[in-house]
Design a protein around this ligand. Structure first.
Ligand SMILES: Nc1ncnc2c1ncn2[C@@H]1O[C@H](COP(=O)(O)OP(=O)(O)OP(=O)(O)O)[C@@H](O)[C@H]1O
Length: 247
């Protein structure tokens, strides 16, 4: 039996010239966990996702392990095939395809579902996120901001990753919609998908994360239960004079 964490980084570092955007970051995520990552703007959160997935670049040094197996030398499509999927802050769906076609495409090309069953997989994923049937034939570009989040989550479910890296999914949502997003994240976990969540909205992180790590200037400054971490003086200091951690 493999007791290794599902996802682990060891001393992960990404340099841009003299800047260490990700600086010696080690963390591990257990299967089934929702693992939150916070940090002020420019603290290295998205770069961390970039080097884990190899899109668009690899780490300068350090390791990324999936179930104990190194993946940091793999090519991006091999990392994704191994089961690591990420979302982007910017909408990444095919704007002119319908919601259904987008999710169908994820089922076929990401999960390798046969075209005979991909339709059922796509319908199930859209049911999971409760996108009304009347909206499923609309082009993704015609959907509301929250509906596009539903689509993003449905596509992730249909892709059947082992671990889903969510990059600021609450961006652009109202408070009631953020509560809806919490429910969607729980649905994803209920499908057996482990989640790493980068987020500025503290209410969402506190609601769904079992563990919270905070980065500042590329380094881990706190890691523990969300309740412990938000009271940590280093975290409070890192956020002083920057964008609020909470809405
Ligand atoms: N391709 C790149 N070339 C040079 N510097 C970069 C590159 N990508 C990121 N950086 C720098 O690395 C640092 C970390 O950026 P990153 O986008 O990872 O932060 P972040 O925590 O995700 O910020 P935000 O919360 O605003 O999304 C910043 O100083 C940024 O300017």
């Amino acid at each position: 039996m493999n007791d290794a964490p599902l996802l682990e980084t060891r001393n992960l570092t990404r340099r841009f010239g003299a800047l260490r955007a990700v600086d010696d970051v080690s963390f591990s995520v257990a299967a089934g966990q929702v693992y939150g990552i916070a940090g002020p703007n420019g603290s290295g959160k998205s770069t961390l996702f970039n080097v884990i997935t190899g899109i668009p670049f690899r780490p300068s040094s350090g390791e990324v392990l999936l179930s104990g197996q190194p993946i940091h030398r793999m090519r991006p499509h091999e990392i994704s095939r191994a089961g690591v999927l990420r979302t982007f802050q910017k909408d990444a769906e095919f704007a002119s395809l319908s919601a259904f076609e987008n999710v169908y495409t994820s089922a076929v090309y990401c999960a390798g579902t046969s075209s005979a069953t991909a339709g059922d997989a796509a319908r199930q994923a859209l049911d999971d996120v409760a996108l009304p049937p009347s909206r499923r034939g609309k082009a993704a570009s015609e959907l509301s901001v929250f509906e596009r989040k539903q689509l993003m989550i449905a596509s992730a479910i249909a892709s059947q990753p082992k671990v889903l890296l969510l990059d600021e999914p609450a961006a652009g949502l109202t408070k009631p919609e953020i509560a809806g997003l919490s429910a969607l994240i729980r649905t994803v976990r209920g499908r057996g998908i482990t989640i790493v969540l980068i987020e500025h909205v503290l209410a969402l992180l506190l609601d769904v994360s079992e563990h919270l790590m905070v980065l500042n200037y590329g380094r881990v400054i706190a890691s523990g239960t969300p309740a412990e971490v938000v009271r940590d003086p280093k975290v409070v200091e890192a956020y002083l004079g920057t964008r609020e951690i909470a809405h």
